[in-house]
Design a binder for this molecule. Sequence first.
Ligand SMILES: *Cc1c(COP(=O)(O)O)cnc(C)c1O
Length: 236
Amino acid sequence: MNYSDQFKRVQENIQKAKEKSPYQQEVKLVCVTKNHDPSIVQAVLDNGEYCIGENRVQEFLTKYNAYKDRTDKLEYHLIGSLQSNKVKYIIDKVDLIHSLDRLSLAKEINKRAKAIDRKMPCLIQVNVSKEDSKSGLYLEEVEAFLEKCLEYPNISIQGLMTMAPHTDDRDYIRKIFRELSNLREKISKKGYNELDMKYLSMGMTNDYTIAIEEGANIVRVGRSLFGQRDYSKRYY
Ligand SMILES: *Cc1c(COP(=O)(O)O)cnc(C)c1O
């Protein structure tokens, strides 16, 4: 499969959205390779990208192992909800966990990171729209949670992540992104010791340009790059 047209289109759209954004930010494209054969990683590299997003630990490990000898060229992001008992498999392999959403998970990440003398970069996942189907903290819970996380020396909180509601209402999606963007700014201004809220991970295929206009500097894109996922296939 040749994905170069799709990559070009997404890269151009990101560029245009950056130009519209008042934040003037650099944007990291996380190529969401879930539900695709490990060879998809090569397509990412061939198109000038390096950042892989997976939402399941097993599937991530399959791809990681397939490209073991080139991991220095790749960056791996765990974007899906993470069970505490799986942290040990990924702690030395992923570059950023997007889905820190509870203290029990923070505790486990801290413990496993400590054992390998690492400070694990994590984003706090926020359920801005308060949908039952979504994980993540509510906006008003984030600061108290963050303060607890700061007590874990082997976790490095580096920002916030959210998923927009599944709706055609673009104004509502924008409002949700803006709320998280504002929260990040508020937390940054508080000036917690040693805290750099540098990342705002929001925006997927349906809404990544809106997200960038509202300040996202990480977008997680799957279908726009690789087409529809075939859930009858499993790669783990
Ligand atoms: C699958 C997934 C994406 C990518 O979604 P697309 O609609 O294919 O762009 C982004 N973020 C998370 C957390 C995902 O699980």
